[in-house]
Design a protein around this ligand. Structure first.
Ligand SMILES: NC(=O)c1ccc[n+]([C@@H]2O[C@H](COP(=O)([O-])OP(=O)(O)OC[C@H]3O[C@@H](n4cnc5c(N)ncnc54)[C@H](O)[C@@H]3O)[C@@H](O)[C@H]2O)c1
Length: 246
């Protein structure tokens, strides 16, 4: 018996760094993982669907297709990560239009997926919804780790992920009586070809002494999707090697 046998689970942004690992871990635990990504084609025979989370029309149409093909949705992972080309601008340089777009693309889209999917899950009186957040929804960045790089942590990210954390708690409360669970997973920095100076400073600060890999995060997503976590809702599971503990 696997943890996710017979479960139909949608992962948005399943082609990305974390999404790929979520898909393979869900499949390894017996679940059907539907990759819903802007870079996928509609191929439900391969459990892939083209979804643009920044379009309410796309969300409506693709959820209908998923229900028509699979009959239900047991789990949904809001993970896709659309951002504007100037994502990463310093605070004082952020054009207001970009701020608005990123908030809409990364937070309002998560809201719309939650509104549509939780109402569908409500009819079955069971379901697990996971929002991929970040440690920066909980704490402010340490800008020293970006010294000697052209990287920074965008201001909108804090607003977006903080908002997602709060909305998760709201919805855990709102849908608790319908037996729906809504949780966040908040990773710390994931290793992904960053400049060595960044990796060195980041790892110096992490109690466990290294950045995360996608495989450090995915098992917790599986756990929160599975019935093993059936009494856990409204939680923000931080997976950061201890970064936020100090
Ligand atoms: N990588 C990290 O260090 C890190 C740390 C903490 C949290 N996170 C969070 O994890 C999630 C995934 O991040 P990642 O690093 O894997 O990102 P990524 O850029 O590697 O992957 C994002 C995926 O989203 C897809 N996507 C982009 N726009 C889309 C749209 N409009 N509709 C549907 N799909 C779209 C892309 O095609 C891509 O497959 C994000 O929510 C991010 O905030 C990442």
């Amino acid at each position: 018996m696997n943890k996710l046998d017979n479960k139909i689970i949608v992962v948005t942004g399943g082609n990305g760094l974390l999404g790929k690992s979520f898909i393979s871990h869900i499949e390894n635990e017996g679940g059907t993982a539907i990759n819903a990504d802007i870079n996928c084609k509609d191929q439900l025979d391969k459990n892939e669907i083209n979804l643009d989370i920044t379009s309410t029309e796309s969300i409506d149409v693709k959820i209908n297709l998923i229900i028509k093909h699979y009959g239900r949705i047991d789990g949904w992972v809001n993970n896709a990560y659309p951002r504007t080309e100037d994502w990463g601008a310093k605070f004082e340089d952020i054009p207001f239009k970009s701020w608005e777009k990123n908030v809409s693309w990364q937070m309002n889209s998560y809201f719309y997926c939650m509104q549509k999917v939780l109402e569908i899950m409500k009819n079955k009186e069971t379901g697990s919804f996971i929002n991929i957040s970040s440690i920066y929804g909980t704490i402010g960045p340490d800008f020293d780790v970006y010294d000697k790089t052209n990287m920074t942590m965008p201001a909108a990210y804090s607003a977006i992920k903080g908002g997602i954390n709060s909305l998760t708690k709201y919805l855990a409360s709102y849908y608790g009586k319908s037996n729906l669970r809504v949780n966040c997973v908040s990773p710390g920095g994931v290793l992904n070809n960053q400049p060595q100076s960044f990796i060195d400073s980041y790892e110096k600060k992490v109690p466990l002494g290294r950045m995360a890999t996608p495989n450090d995060i995915a098992p917790s997503v599986v756990f929160l999707l599975s019935d093993q976590s059936k009494y856990i809702t409204g939680h923000n599971l931080i997976i950061d090697g201890g970064w936020t503990a100090i």
